[in-house]
Design a protein around this ligand. Structure first.
Ligand code: ZN
Ligand code: ZN
Length: 244
């Protein structure tokens, strides 16, 4: 399989609300995590950091322009690969241990990571067989109701366990912007990881339904409107009721 040069690995797209999407287009869509950059007055926030196969700091200048808080929506390999490159690292307390001691198994690199998840491979010396996430112990542990304050913008931490125990969403009340992580996006959801929990998943979805989101940036797949958000959740809930 051909390899991609580091300079071509990331694709950066500026969206509304001073939110920028950074993605890894050569990873197949289902496995490709969305990395979100949010510009604040005093500092910036990064929600997730991709697979870590090419340095974000080196190849995406946006992430070094200001002080930056790197948040992990949760600790699966596709979301935390470059966290070790940033000084300020936040994760929910329930996954602090995973961020500090990642393994191929506890980050799900095993069984997911193989050459087949790519359309073209990362630059040398990348090898799917030895791929691993670097440890990045958190400098701040998050709990439900905490805030990430960028000066003029404040994001509330919403604990959304289910896909994983320490999953979080981040909600900005002022703008209705929601970063939802992997609990909800506009694509096939993963409800059967080794640390998934069906009761927690249901409770998280019921809680998310009450949130007045206007625009939602998920952990995977394209962003969507608040209306689509409510439809996705209601359809999911209706589906669960049928199977009970
Ligand atoms: Zn993911
Ligand atoms: Zn995940």
């Amino acid at each position: 399989m051909r390899r991609i040069a580091p300079k071509d690995w990331y694709q950066v797209t500026r969206l509304d609300d001073d939110v920028t999407s950074i993605c890894e287009p050569f990873i197949r869509e289902f496995y490709r995590c969305n990395i979100w950059h949010v510009r604040g007055r005093d500092s910036d926030m990064l929600v997730d950091s991709g697979m870590g196969v090419v340095s974000l700091r080196e190849w995406v200048p946006l992430v070094t322009e200001r002080a930056l808080t790197a948040v992990a929506s949760h600790t699966h390999f596709d979301h935390i690969g470059c966290h070790h490159e940033f000084e300020c690292r936040c994760v929910h307390a329930a996954e602090a241990d995973l961020l500090a001691h990642p393994t191929r198994v506890n980050t799900l690199a095993d069984p997911y990571v193989a050459d087949e998840i790519f359309d073209a491979l990362p630059p040398e010396p990348y090898l799917s067989s030895t791929y691993a996430v670097k440890a990045a112990p958190a400098t701040r542990l998050l709990e439900d109701g905490d805030h990430i304050d960028l000066g003029d913008r404040v994001f509330e931490v919403i604990h959304t366990p289910g896909h994983s125990p320490g999953g979080i969403a981040l909600f900005e009340e002022k703008t209705g912007v929601l970063f939802s992580g992997d609990i909800l996006y506009d694509g096939p959801l993963i409800e059967d990881t080794y640390h998934a929990n069906a009761d927690d998943y249901l409770a998280s979805m019921e809680r998310l339904l009450r949130l007045p989101a206007r625009i939602v940036h998920g952990g995977h797949f394209p962003s969507f409107s608040g209306e689509r958000y409510r439809t996705l959740i209601m359809d999911w809930l209706a589906d669960k009721e049928k199977t009970i």
